[in-house]
Design a protein. Structure first.
Length: 548
């Protein structure tokens, strides 16, 4: 392999940093908070180190360790969320740049791979960021491994990286064992090389003995895999049978089954149909969604043109792979085989549960790296060899970088009035700010129909999740002392809270002992506060109807 041009590498590094600054400019001003699991990990990050070390490894506590310094520095979960989005965007794009640079020795190709991820839908718009953190851990390990000779050493370090990333995304953990076994098999004729895979297996075993394996739950409660399968199976079942909630879907398909094994025995046809549909969607996801990005050539508010640009990018990427497959096998065959092993676990999780981004981020990015390797095979070796050509290419990249988060509030000329205004709605951020502004006396027990909102509220609030309600809702509200109910779901009926008392409470909250409050500019939020906690002047209730 040729040596890396250091000047080109430094210029590429500066380009990636500047592109992040341009693309993310203004983001904190309009960034809405992440829901789902991220607030849970922000809460874990506030725990003492000893308590955090005892967390169930199937829930990915390594991500909470990443968030711990951010939580210490910023405190407020909303600020931690914003800082984490920026930090992971920078860290992952830099790690991807370094990895592709080590593989190809081509700074231009590495910059292209990093910027493609920067503007992709995997980076922004936002979903849970734990998968991006797992990707970061994996890329750092693969970069170090790529600097070693191909064989047992490289596979062993890749196994160690996969094992560590498995403590953030458990579906990556099986690859650690498979890669270590592969490395041990390769070292069968070289006794000196056996130390590498054996050391990694020893480390994996030591971690499993110390904190547990991320594929098996060590804590109480239901296994994470069962929880995920039950919820996502209901999404498919609801489409087939018009189920109104996830419990109806599960009992309609599997009756009283309380485990995955029992569900398979109760209705194998339903499980197989679920898996088959997910498999088709997974293939489509990897073939098309991998290349979805913020538009470069067409207006962002023209969805059909943007879709056409995304499909063109997918055709170009997959076409490169198809036309260079022989060269890729000859030069990078073992690396691509390693990718297949790493991607197998996440793809299996997507097929078994549901093809969503947090399962398929790593396989999609590895597919993108393979496209970068194919591009390196096609592009002339002397392209952008001169410093002037490299600088011009960097400037063109920065000029083309979209700036979707810059609010155009500047005047047309000094002293003139503002020429335009952008109205930004942040329902989660505004709801959190409104609830905090009520200054409710802690501790406040919050029943949420949207995962994570209670944890975003910060200290003094305890989140209880609607899908964990284990008794009739009316009794649950009294016995658990619920002070606040928050829902982002449209309509009176809830997919996650299948209790007939819930629509009745919405019709007449006063009869249930609650007051409905309206969050300014966020009409989609249903917010109910215990009547005894709200001053009469702040109350606003709809017309009463019989609660029954």
């Amino acid at each position: 392999m040729p040596a890396v041009d250091r000047r080109a590498a430094v210029l590429g590094l500066l380009t990636v940093l500047a592109a992040n600054a341009l693309f993310l400019a203004g983001l904190p001003t309009i960034l809405d908070a992440l829901l789902s699991m991220d607030p849970f990990y922000m809460r874990l990050a506030a725990l003492p180190a000893a308590d955090l070390a005892r967390q169930d490894p199937t829930w990915g506590p390594l991500y909470a360790w990443w968030l711990k310094p951010l939580r210490a520095a910023f405190g407020d979960p909303l600020a931690v969320n914003a800082a984490n989005v920026v930090a992971l965007s920078l860290a992952v794009t830099l790690a991807l740049y370094a990895y592709v640079l080590v593989l190809t020795r081509r700074a231009a190709v590495a910059v292209g791979a990093a910027l493609a991820y920067l503007i992709s839908d995997f980076n922004l718009p936002l979903e849970g960021k734990m998968s991006a953190f797992a990707l970061l851990v994996l890329l750092v390990g693969l970069t170090v491994a790529a600097r070693l000779p191909s064989g047992p050493r490289r596979l062993s370090l890749a196994a160690a990286a996969s094992g560590l990333a498995g403590y953030a995304r458990p579906e990556l953990y099986p690859a650690a064992l498979a890669l270590a076994a592969w490395a041990l098999w390769q070292a069968r004729a070289a006794p000196r090389e056996r130390a590498w895979p054996l050391t990694v297996l020893l480390l994996i075993g030591g971690a499993a003995a110390a904190v547990g394996m991320p594929v098996y739950g060590s804590g109480g409660g239901e296994p994470r895999l069962l929880i995920a399968f039950r919820e996502h199976f209901a999404w498919n079942w609801a489409r087939w049978h018009d189920a109104v909630d996830y419990r109806t879907a599960w009992h309609g398909a599997f009756g009283p089954a309380g485990s995955l094994h029992a569900a398979l025995l109760a209705n194998p046809a339903a499980v197989l149909l679920h898996v088959a549909i997910n498999a088709v969607r997974t293939v489509w996801f990897l073939a098309a969604t991998t290349f979805v990005h913020y538009p470069l050539l067409v207006p962002a508010n023209a969805p059909r043109l943007a879709q056409a640009e995304n499909l063109a990018a997918a055709a170009l990427g997959l076409g490169l792979l198809a036309t260079t497959r022989r060269a890729l096998r000859l030069r990078h065959g073992r690396t691509l085989a390693m990718y297949a092993v790493i991607a197998a676990g996440p793809i299996a999780a997507a097929v078994a549960i549901y093809p969503v981004a947090h399962y398929l981020l790593v396989p999609a990015v590895l597919l993108g790296v393979a496209v970068a390797l194919a591009a390196a095979e096609r592009l002339p070796a002397g392209l952008l060899a001169s410093p002037r050509a490299g600088l011009l290419a960097a400037l063109l990249c920065l000029a083309a970088m979209p700036r979707p988060f810059v609010l155009p509030l500047a005047p047309a000329r000094p002293g003139a009035s503002v020429v335009g205004r952008v109205t930004v709605t942040r329902p989660v951020h505004d709801t959190v700010a409104f609830i905090r502004g009520l200054r409710l006396t802690p501790p406040v027990r919050v029943l949420t129909l949207t995962d994570g909102l209670g944890d975003l509220l910060g200290d003094g609030f305890q989140e209880l999740k609607a899908w964990q309600v284990d008794r009739p809702l009316a009794r649950y509200l009294d016995e658990r002392g619920i002070d606040l109910i928050v829902s982002f779901e449209p309509g009176k009926h809830s997919f996650m809270l299948p209790d007939q008392y819930w629509p009745k409470l919405q019709e007449d909250p006063a009869a249930a002992g609650f007051v409905r409050l309206t969050v300014p500019n966020v009409p989609e939020v249903s917010l109910y506060v215990r009547s005894t906690l709200v001053p009469p002047a702040a109350r606003s209730t709809p017309a009463a109807s019989p609660l029954g």
